[in-house]
Design a protein around this ligand. Structure first.
Ligand SMILES: [Zn+2]
Length: 419
């Protein structure tokens, strides 16, 4: 049903996501933005043709893009126990709740990079057919991992180069937009050592070649320094976490600037998962429980300061960062994607506008949806979120959504959910 609407706000993000257009109106025709004009230029009889929403003294920005979710995980300390024991039916119901939480917080595009195939593709079918509300979903389905490797229980174990290539093809057949590889072990999986690679660079490269042939991006989880090197050598498009754990359990990090130079020169993006990181720090400061590190890391823990220092160095050397919260992990609730921007300002030294652009325009471009979403410009899909106050003055406002508009249709108005 084609509807025509106007949304006015005291502050509307400009087309570059670098500043405000004061007292502007976003004019929407169907699911697309028709124009962005000063509110005073609206005709006096605008309400005859358009449904007019005067949002008031708020900040209207493009809908948030979050490039890292696990839709069926619970975002609680027992996330591992739940996802390894719950039925598929329970996980599907949990997913429906989680993606709605994300949407109502202002996330209008969500990339899931690791959930069981039976859940992720079915949940997206339900969203597309209007059975449940949810953001635009880009999906990897199950991550590709080694036998007993990181997140093996999601369902796709592939060890040899040939098995990995077949797994890439299988995910394409199921409907994947993107391939997720587990280049190293991870904190979430007791049997997978985060300090060591799971695949040689040659196997990752075979997966990259196959993903590119099938017109998909390929991203890889990596916590170990050697995993980062393997991903850079293989041409992985996005590195997830990109931590630098030393293979020796008595050492914390093994950072190397030569690899970072190559990463920057290749244009390989990093999702530093720093929103998740920041929430964890804040919970510790508040005396709340967080998960202990993996046993392979516990002997010589990597500190928060270590991780911040290496991420700042990568950024200073020209590596670009996407916003991905790792939604579903223990301290990454689905409604808190705005923490990504907070972390980029607080921990990485971004300006507020750089962090707002990272959460919208930049990450939209990185995950190849920048031609349809990520900015408020004529012709783009009308995905928008209004925020309390002014996030360019206080970035914490990124977590204070008031209205959410998806494809031109409000799904939350004045703080009240409509879906
Ligand atoms: Zn993750």
């Amino acid at each position: 049903m084609a509807n025509k609407s106007v949304f006015t706000a005291a502050r509307v993000a400009n087309a570059d996501v670098t500043g405000w257009l004061p007292d502007h109106a976003v004019v929407v025709d169907g699911d697309r933005i028709e124009s962005v004009i000063p509110a005073k230029q609206l005709p006096s009889d605008v309400s005859d043709q358009y449904e007019v929403h005067n949002l008031g003294d708020l900040s209207l920005i493009p809908g948030l893009i979050d490039a890292h979710a696990h839709m069926h995980c619970s975002a609680t300390l027992d996330a591992y126990d739940l996802v390894t024991t719950e039925s598929l039916e329970t996980l599907a119901v949990r997913s429906a709740k989680n993606i709605r939480d994300a949407l109502l917080s202002g996330v209008t595009t969500l990339r899931d990079i690791g959930s069981k195939n039976e859940i992720a593709f079915q949940v997206r079918n339900a969203v597309r057919s209007g059975v449940i509300p949810g953001p635009r979903l880009l999906l990897a389905g199950t991550p590709i991992t080694t036998t007993a490797g990181h997140c093996w229980f999601f369902g796709t174990e592939a060890d040899t180069e040939a098995e990995v290539v077949t797994a890439v093809r299988q995910q394409k057949k199921l409907g994947a937009d993107v391939i997720k590889m587990m280049a190293t072990g991870g904190m979430f999986t007791p049997s997978a050592n985060p300090r060591t690679p799971q695949y040689p660079a040659s196997t990752l490269r075979a997966a990259v070649v196959e993903a590119e042939r099938l017109e998909m991006q390929i991203v890889a989880h990596t916590l170990a320094a050697q995993g980062v090197r393997n991903c850079v050598e293989a041409g992985i498009h996005h590195l997830i976490h990109a931590r630098w754990y030393h293979p020796d359990v008595t050492q914390p990090l093994d950072f190397d600037t030569e690899t970072v130079k190559k990463m920057a020169a290749n244009g390989q993006w990093v999702d530093p998962t720093f929103g998740h990181h920041l929430i964890g720090i804040e919970r510790k400061e508040a005396g709340e429980a967080v998960l202990p590190p993996h046993t392979a890391v516990a002997a010589s823990p990597v500190t928060d300061a270590d991780n911040i220092e290496t991420a700042v160095k990568m950024h200073e050397m020209g590596v670009r960062f996407t916003t991905g919260l790792d939604m579903g992990m223990a301290t990454a609730p689905f409604a808190r994607s705005g923490s990504n921007a907070r972390a980029f300002v607080i921990e990485l030294g971004y300006t507020e506008w750089e962090a707002i652009a990272a959460s919208t325009k930049e990450t939209a471009g990185a995950i190849r949806v920048g031609d349809v979403v990520g900015t408020l410009e004529p012709g783009k899909i009308a995905d928008m979120v209004s925020l309390e106050g002014d996030p360019s003055q206080d970035i914490a406002n990124m977590e204070r959504s008031v209205d959410v508009i998806q494809s031109g249709t409000p799904v939350k108005l004045a703080g009240a959910a409509l879906v």
